[in-house]
Design a protein around this ligand. Structure first.
Ligand SMILES: Cc1cc2nc3c(=O)[nH]c(=O)nc-3n(C[C@H](O)[C@H](O)[C@H](O)COP(=O)(O)O)c2cc1C
Length: 372
C-alpha cells in the first residue's frame, strides 16, 4: 500500500509528502495583482496544514492576460518583494510553493485590463467581446512574458513554476481543436497546436535554467464537443516529457463549460461517493508517458489517494476545494484521523472569493454557527 506521507521528488524539488494544493484563485491580491498580507497568511496556513506542495492561484504573466479581480500578478518586477515575502512565509512553516504562470487569452477580463483580449483565433470571451487572433509578434511577446515571469518567480525564491495550459485559458485554447482554427504553424495537428506551449516551456527553461522545477497543468480532455481529447493529451504529454518538463498535473474541462464539466466540477445533489474525475486518463498517461503525474479533481479520501498511487494512476494527489474547507486536512490524515474530506463540491466557496473575502467554505461556517 502506497504511503501518502513519504518524501517524494519532482526533479530537484524534494517534497515531504505526496499531497498537493492545486492552484486556486483566492481573489486576495491588490488591484495591481500584488501579494497582500491576507494572501500570504493563507499560503502560510496551507503550509502549516501539512500539504507537501502548494501551487499558487494563477498569476497573470502580462497585463492583457488578466483573468479577473483579485488575481495574483507576476507581470512586473515591482511584484517581487511581496512575492518573496509570501514565499518566506511558506518556507518558514516548512512548506514548498510553486507559482502558477497563466494567461487568460480570449477569456481575459478586458474591462479590468483595459487591453484587447488575444487568442489563437477569434473567439467569444467569457466576459463578452471577441478576442483578436494573435500574430507572430504577439506570440513572441507572450512567450517572452512567460520566461520573464519564471525568472521573477525564481528571484522571489519560489521552488518552481507551473505553466497553466489547462481549463480553456490561452495555452489550452491553442491546444484545443474546438477553438484553434489557425492555418499557420501554431494550429492544425497536435504538434502545431502544442507549438506555443512547447516554445513557452523552452523559453522558461532558457530563462530559469535546466534545474528549476517546471511543471505543466494540462487537460486530460476539454469535455467539450470537438475539443482536446485524451489521445491528443497523450501525444502532447510525450512532447512535454521530451522537452524536459519535470511533472504534469492532469485536470480537465473549460471555464466556459456547463458547471458539471468545469475543472471544479459541480456535484449533483445526490452524487455517488466521490470518484476522481480523470482516473482512466491518468492510468493511460502513466503507461504511455515517463513523467511524474499529479492528479487533481474529486479526490476526497485518503484510501482513494493511496489506491491511485498503487494502481499506477498518479504519483502525487492534488486537491483544491477540500483545502478551502479544511486547510489542515493533510495534517489530520497524517495524525490517523482518515475521515474523508468534508467538501461537498458545491462550489459555494466561490461566493466569498468573488466578494473579495478570500477562500472559505460557507457550508462549514453555517454548520459551525448551528453548532454542528
Ligand atoms: C475557487 C477555485 C479557484 C480555482 N483557481 C484555479 C487556478 O487559479 N488555476 C487552476 O489551474 N485551477 C484553478 N481551480 C481548479 C482547481 O485547481 C482544481 O483543478 C479543481 O477545483 C478540481 O479539484 P477539486 O475537486 O479538488 O476541487 C480553481 C478551483 C476553485 C474551486
Amino acid at each position: 500500500m502506497a504511503e501518502l506521507f513519504e518524501p517524494i521528488r519532482i526533479g530537484r524539488l524534494a517534497l515531504a509528502n505526496r499531497l498537493v494544493r492545486s492552484a486556486t484563485w483566492e481573489g486576495l491580491a491588490d488591484p495591481g495583482g500584488g501579494v497582500t498580507p491576507p494572501l500570504a497568511a493563507k499560503m502560510r496556513e496551507l503550509a502549516e496544514g501539512g500539504v507537501g506542495l502548494i501551487v499558487t492561484g494563477h498569476a497573470f504573466i502580462s497585463p492583457e492576460g488578466r483573468a479577473g479581480p483579485g488575481q495574483l500578478g507576476v507581470a512586473a518586477d515591482e511584484a517581487l518583494p511581496a512575492l518573496a515575502g509570501m514565499v518566506a512565509e511558506v518556507h518558514g512553516a516548512g512548506g514548498r510553493i510553486v507559482l502558477q504562470l497563466a494567461h487568460a487569452g480570449a477569456h481575459a477580463d478586458v474591462k479590468l485590463s483595459g487591453r484587447e483580449a488575444l487568442g489563437p483565433s477569434p473567439l467569444e470571451g467569457r466576459w463578452g467581446g471577441v478576442c483578436r487572433e494573435m500574430r507572430a509578434h504577439d506570440l513572441a511577446a507572450v512567450t517572452a512574458a512567460f520566461a520573464a515571469a519564471a525568472q521573477r518567480a525564481q528571484a522571489a525564491g519560489f521552488d518552481g513554476v507551473q505553466v497553466h495550459a489547462a481549463h480553456g485559458y490561452l495555452l489550452s485554447q491553442f491546444l484545443s481543436p474546438a477553438v484553434n482554427r489557425r492555418t499557420d504553424g501554431y494550429g492544425g495537428d497536435p504538434a502545431g497546436r502544442a507549438r506555443l506551449l512547447l516554445e513557452v516551456v523552452a523559453a522558461v527553461r532558457g530563462a530559469a535554467g535546466a534545474d528549476f522545477p517546471l511543471l505543466v497543468k494540462l487537460n486530460s480532455e476539454d469535455l467539450a464537443p470537438g475539443g482536446f481529447s485524451v489521445e491528443a493529451m497523450l501525444e502532447m504529454a510525450g512532447m512535454l516529457a521530451a522537452a524536459g518538463v519535470d511533472a504534469v498535473e492532469l485536470s480537465g474541462g473549460r471555464v466556459v463549460n456547463p458547471p458539471e464539466a468545469q475543472a471544479a466540477r459541480l456535484a449533483r445533489p445526490a452524487a455517488e461517493p466521490p470518484e476522481p474525475y480523470y482516473r482512466a486518463a491518468a492510468r493511460r498517461f502513466k503507461l504511455a508517458v515517463g513523467l511524474p503525474l499529479i492528479l487533481v479533481g474529486g479526490i476526497r479520501e485518503a484510501e482513494t489517494a493511496e489506491a491511485l498511487v498503487d494502481e499506477g494512476a498518479a504519483d502525487l494527489l492534488a486537491m483544491s476545494r477540500p483545502l478551502i474547507r479544511e486547510p489542515g486536512l493533510p495534517r489530520r490524515w497524517r495524525s490517523g484521523d482518515r475521515r474523508p474530506a468534508a467538501c461537498l463540491s458545491c462550489n459555494r466557496c466561490y461566493v466569498p472569493i468573488r466578494a473579495g473575502l478570500g477562500p472559505s467554505c460557507p457550508v462549514r461556517e453555517t454548520s459551525r454557527r448551528a453548532g454542528l
